[in-house]
Design a protein around this ligand. Structure first.
Ligand code: KG4
Ligand code: ZN
Length: 353
């Protein structure tokens, strides 16, 4: 491996409950990488925005210090400071953005605001140089579910998105229903491995065979109805006194329904665009069943790109990579830009395949 060279980009991520930082070198290699997850979920059963913001504030200095120490760099060697400015929890976002602006100002370096979901798009390219556009992207996280046709970096056609809950949110809510800890996605996956996929049948919301491109809902998702149907299933099993032995089957039925919808709509985009390269990003992209199902449906005639679990979930490296792209495209972000829960996805247009 050649010696690292600049520009060195620091990426900060504090949009939800991970305090994360990473440093990339000029060749987008990860020099240092730290993710600190908040561990009080077991007490609260989820993320409490106020507590998340306070925890970021307490941890951000030490997370950056550790990242720099792993990278073998001091803060004054950083050339660009990138940070997630939205979407996310506003208090949590503000901690990262204020920190990044203050450091960029003190060092006289550019500050670059990044959209969290654009950052997820870049994650697979950090481990696989082929994970470059064009591709169909399925972004599935705790806050978002989006299907995109990525023509080039910065040129994103939004094909569909969720109309209510995000995919990860549905996994988390069903996990809670089954008394599993937060975050629920990995727990549902584990429990489902011991279950029968076809023991119970749950609905596939917004998925009908007779839908055509251009129909409302052809590419959109909805997960709240699936969650409600799972609540009803669990209520019935509980009333019959058979919930305990059926928990793995419920987890498997829910996971199958969610993945069937995600995979079917992704493959529709493949068929309609003729683009057989598919990228999955966001926390739910760590789901093994989702990966297996997409591989199966691509039938060896396409390519599936995804990240290792540490980069599929929220992390600073993807933020640094997106910041590098945005900096190369348009330079520094004006210092008056603030964190925003509704931060606009740059380069995104609504469209049809
Ligand atoms: O991208 P991410 O780390 O944070 C957000 O941007 O929201 O995604 C977190 C979500 C959580 O809802 C979590 O339950 C889900 O990703 N998740 C999974 C798996 N691992 C994490 N969902 C399904 N299967 C998994 N293996
Ligand atoms: Zn995320």
């Amino acid at each position: 491996m050649s010696e690292p060279r600049g520009p060195y980009v620091l990426g900060l991520e504090t949009s939800c409950d991970e305090t994360a930082a990473a440093v990339l070198d000029g060749d987008n290699r990860i020099l240092g990488h730290v993710i600190l997850s908040q561990d009080d979920h077991e007490i609260y059963g989820g993320v409490i925005p106020e507590l998340a913001a306070r925890a970021h504030l307490q941890k951000i200095d030490s997370v950056v210090d550790e990242t720099l120490s792993r990278a073998g760099l001091t803060l004054d060697r950083i050339d660009v400071v990138g940070v997630t400015a939205g979407p996310g929890l506003i208090g949590a976002l503000l901690v990262g953005v204020c920190w990044a602006k203050a450091v960029a100002f003190a060092l006289d370096r550019p500050f670059v605001a990044v959209h969290h979901m654009e950052a997820h798009l870049f994650a697979p390219s950090l481990e696989n140089p082929d994970a470059e556009p064009p591709f169909i992207a399925l972004l599935v996280s705790g806050g978002h579910t989006m299907l995109l046709h990525v023509l080039a970096w910065g040129e994103y056609v939004l094909l569909g998105e969720t109309r209510d809950d995000a995919a990860g949110e549905a996994f988390d809510k069903v996990a809670k229903l089954l008394d599993l800890p937060y975050p629920g996605g990995p727990e549902i996956q584990r429990l489902a491995e011991a279950g029968e996929r076809t023991r119970h049948r749950l609905p596939r919301p917004m998925l009908r065979r007779n839908q055509r491109p251009g129909d409302p809902g052809y590419y959109d998702f909805s997960f709240s109805g699936l969650k409600t149907a799972t609540v009803e299933l669990v209520r019935g099993l509980k009333a019959d006194g058979v919930l305990a032995p059926q928990r793995p089957n419920v987890a498997a039925a829910f996971q199958e329904a969610a993945i069937d919808v995600l995979a079917t709509k992704t493959l529709r985009a493949v068929a309609d665009t003729g683009c057989r390269r598919v990228l999955i990003g966001g926390g739910v992209s760590a789901n093994q069943r989702l990966r297996d199902e997409l591989e199966l449906r691509l039938k060896g005639e396409g390519t599936l790109f995804f990240s290792s679990p540490r980069l599929a979930a929220d992390n600073g490296a993807m933020v640094a990579r997106a910041a590098r792209f945005r900096f190369d495209e348009g330079g520094a972000t004006p210092p008056d830009l603030s964190a925003s829960a509704g931060f606009v996805f740059p380069g995104l247009v609504r469209g049809v395949a």
